[in-house]
Design a protein around this ligand. Structure first.
Ligand SMILES: Nc1ncnc2c1ncn2[C@@H]1O[C@H](COP(=O)(O)OP(=O)(O)OP(=O)(O)O)[C@@H](O)[C@H]1O
Ligand SMILES: [Mg+2]
Length: 557
C-alpha cells in the first residue's frame, strides 16, 4: 500500500465533459473561446534546406496573378523588385517595419496575427496578416501561399475582402488587405440582438460570396462568424481562405478541418463537399439569430448534427428563417440545399430585387447629379453668351446715341457756351529732362527772363513758355524770394502767358490731342515741338500774335 501510494499515478487523458455536465445550450459568452481547430501537427525539426529562397532576409513579392488556370499548383515567381521603392534592402528592418506603421493588433487566428497599419507610402490604413509561425516545411509554405492565390482570385468582389499584395521575408508570409470595421463575431457580441432583417441581409451577402466559390468548384471549409468581416459600406465580406480546397483537383488528404463548432458531421468521415460549407453557414445563422454559445464537442455538438435544434432559443425567429436553418443544418449532406437553391428563396429574391432597385436608384441619382452639373455649366455658358450679346448690343446702341447727341450738341449755342466756360487745360509732351548745369541754352534763368518769369517755388508746377529761347519750362524757379503769389494768380498768369505766347486759341484743343500728352513737368523744346508737327502748337509769329489777340479778348470778357 505504501509503495502504491508512493508511486505517482500516470496521468490519463481527461475527456471534455463540460457540455455533458451542462447538457444544455447556453448563450454566447463575451470572452473569446479557445480555438478548436484540428490543426496539422507541428514539425519542429523539419529539414529547411529547401527553403533557401524564403529564408532570405530580403522581402520577396508573391503573386499568382497572370497565371493560367492549368498551372494553379505552381509556385509564383519571387520578385524582389515588385515591392515599393521606399524599401531599403540594406537596412536591418524588414519590409513590414520600413513601409508600415503598426497601429494595433486587431485579430488573431490559428495561422496568423492581423495588424491595423498605416502605409508610409500613401498614408492609408490597411490590415496586414502576418503568419504566426515560421515556415517549417515547403509543404507548409505552399499551404500558406495558397491563401494568397485565393485572396487574389476573389479580390474585387463586393463580398470578399479586397487584397493588395503579399510578400515573404524571414520565413514569414505577409498579406496586405483592406481594413474592415470588425468581424461578425465581434459585432454579435457587441450587439447581442441582431434584427432579422439584418440577418437575411447577412445571409444574402454570404450566399453571394459562397456562390462565387462554389461556381469555381472551390470549398471554403472555414465558414464562421470570425471569418466574416464587415466592410465600410456595411456589407459582409468573406475572409480567411487558408483552408480553401478545390473539389476536383485537391487531394482530399490535404484538406484540413475548420473550426469544430461549425464543422459538418460528414467531415469526420473525410467527406469534403460544398454541402459542408452550407452546413457551416447554417450554424453561423443559428448563432447569429439565437445568440447561442456553440458547443465544441460532446452531446450538444452531436445533437446539433442530428437535426435537433434548441427550440428555446429559436422561438424568437421567424418560421421562414427557422426552416431555412434546419434545411441547411440537415445531417444528410445530399438533402441540404445548394447555394443556388437558397438564393432562389422568395425572401432572398425579394431582398436582391430591392438591392438592385436601390443600386439602380443610386446610379440614377449619380447620373442625374452628373447631368445636372453638365447642364448647369452649359446654362452658365449660355447665360454668359447671352449677357455678352446683350451688353454688346447695348453698348453699341448707347455709343450711337452718345455720338448723335454729341453731333447735335456740337453746333448748339449751349455747347458753345459750355466749351467757353470750361477751365483752360493744357497737356504737352515731355521732350527733355532737367537741364545740366553749364549748358547755357538750357539754364532755367536763360529760359525764363523778364516778365515771363514765375516766382512759385512753393507751389505746384506751373507752365511757363518762353518763346525767346524756344524753350518751355515747367519747373518753378524762385526769382523773387520776397513775396508769395496766390495759386489763382499763378494759374491765370501762366495760362495767359502760354496762350499769349503760343497763340493757342483754346487749351481744350490741346488736351484733346491724339497723342495724349500729359501735364508738363520739365522742359519743352519748341523747335522739336514744331518739327514733331504737334497740331495744337503753332509756333510761327503770326499765329502767336493772333492767338494773343484772341486770348486777351476772351480773358477780358
Ligand atoms: N482585413 C481585415 N480587417 C479587419 N480585421 C481583420 C482582417 N482580416 C482579419 N481580421 C481579424 O483578424 C482575425 C484573424 O484573421 P484570419 O481569420 O484571417 O486569421 P487566421 O489565422 O487564418 O484565422 P483562423 O483561425 O480562422 O484560420 C479575424 O477573425 C478578424 O477579426
Ligand atoms: Mg480566421
Amino acid at each position: 500500500m505504501t509503495t502504491e501510494s508512493a508511486l505517482p499515478l500516470p496521468r490519463l487523458p481527461v475527456p471534455d465533459i463540460r457540455a455533458e455536465v451542462a447538457f444544455q445550450h447556453s448563450q454566447k459568452q463575451n470572452q473569446r473561446t479557445q480555438e478548436y481547430r484540428l490543426r496539422p501537427p507541428k514539425l519542429r525539426l523539419a529539414n529547411r534546406s529547401h527553403l533557401s529562397t524564403c529564408m532570405s532576409t530580403t522581402a520577396h513579392a508573391i503573386s499568382f496573378r497572370g497565371e493560367s488556370d492549368g498551372n494553379c499548383n505552381a509556385l509564383p515567381e519571387l520578385d524582389a523588385n515588385a515591392l515599393s521603392g521606399s524599401y531599403d534592402r540594406s537596412m536591418n528592418e524588414t519590409y513590414f517595419e520600413q513601409c508600415f506603421t503598426r497601429l494595433a493588433k486587431i485579430g488573431e487566428g490559428s495561422f496568423g496575427e492581423v495588424f491595423k497599419v498605416r502605409s508610409n507610402e500613401d498614408g492609408r490604413m490597411y490590415a496586414i496578416k502576418m503568419s504566426k509561425e515560421l515556415y517549417r516545411s515547403e509543404h507548409y509554405r505552399q499551404e500558406r501561399l495558397e491563401e494568397v492565390r485565393r485572396y487574389e482570385q476573389f479580390s474585387g468582389h463586393a463580398n470578399f475582402v479586397q487584397f493588395y499584395r503579399a510578400w515573404e521575408q524571414n520565413d514569414r508570409l505577409y498579406m496586405q488587405m483592406e481594413l474592415c470595421r470588425e468581424s461578425l463575431d465581434r459585432y454579435l457580441v457587441r450587439r447581442r440582438h441582431i434584427p432579422e432583417e439584418t440577418i437575411w441581409n447577412i445571409l444574402l451577402d454570404l450566399l453571394l460570396a459562397l456562390k462565387n466559390l462554389h461556381d469555381r468548384n472551390l470549398i471554403h471549409l472555414d465558414i464562421k462568424l470570425d471569418n466574416v468581416l464587415i466592410g465600410d459600406d456595411d456589407s459582409c465580406k468573406l475572409a480567411d481562405f487558408g483552408l480553401v480546397i478545390d473539389v476536383d483537383r485537391a487531394n482530399r488528404h490535404q484538406a484540413t478541418e475548420g473550426d469544430s463548432r461549425y464543422m459538418a458531421p460528414e467531415i469526420l468521415q473525410g467527406k469534403f463537399s460544398k454541402a459542408a460549407d452550407i452546413f457551416s453557414l447554417g450554424v453561423a445563422m443559428l448563432e447569429l439569430s439565437c445568440y447561442l454559445e456553440l458547443p465544441h464537442n460532446g452531446p450538444l455538438w452531436q445533437q446539433l448534427r442530428s437535426g435537433v435544434l434548441p427550440q428555446d432559443f429559436m422561438k424568437n425567429i421567424s418560421p421562414e428563417l427557422e426552416v431555412l436553418i434546419r434545411q441547411m443544418m440537415s445531417p444528410d449532406p445530399d438533402s441540404r440545399p445548394t447555394v443556388d437553391h437558397l438564393l432562389s428563396h422568395k425572401k432572398l429574391v425579394c431582398l436582391m430585387e430591392r438591392r438592385d432597385r436601390w443600386k439602380l436608384l443610386i446610379k440614377m441619382k449619380q447620373t442625374i447629379r452628373r447631368s445636372r452639373r453638365v447642364a448647369w455649366s452649359k446654362l452658365c455658358n449660355l447665360k454668359h453668351i447671352i449677357f455678352n450679346f446683350v451688353t454688346a448690343i447695348l453698348s453699341a446702341y448707347m455709343h450711337r446715341d452718345a455720338t448723335s447727341n454729341e453731333h447735335k450738341l456740337n453746333g448748339s449755342p449751349l455747347q458753345q457756351h459750355l466749351r467757353d466756360k470750361r477751365p483752360p487745360m493744357i497737356s504737352l509732351r515731355l521732350h527733355a529732362s532737367t537741364p545740366t548745369v553749364g549748358n547755357v541754352r538750357n539754364t532755367p534763368i536763360e529760359f525764363l527772363p523778364g516778365e515771363n518769369c514765375l516766382h512759385l517755388s512753393q507751389q505746384s508746377t506751373p507752365i511757363t513758355f518762353s518763346t525767346h529761347n524756344k524753350i518751355v519750362n515747367s519747373t518753378p524757379v524762385n526769382h523773387n524770394n520776397h513775396s508769395f503769389r496766390s495759386r489763382k494768380d499763378l494759374t491765370k498768369t501762366s495760362f495767359k502767358t502760354v496762350e499769349n505766347e503760343c497763340g493757342i486759341e483754346n487749351f481744350n484743343d490741346i488736351q484733346s490731342s491724339p497723342n495724349g500728352i500729359s501735364r508738363p513737368n520739365s522742359f519743352l523744346n519748341l523747335e522739336d515741338l514744331e518739327q514733331n508737327s504737334q497740331p495744337f502748337v503753332s509756333l510761327d509769329k503770326s499765329s502767336l500774335q493772333e492767338c494773343r489777340k484772341k486770348l486777351f479778348t476772351k480773358m477780358d470778357n
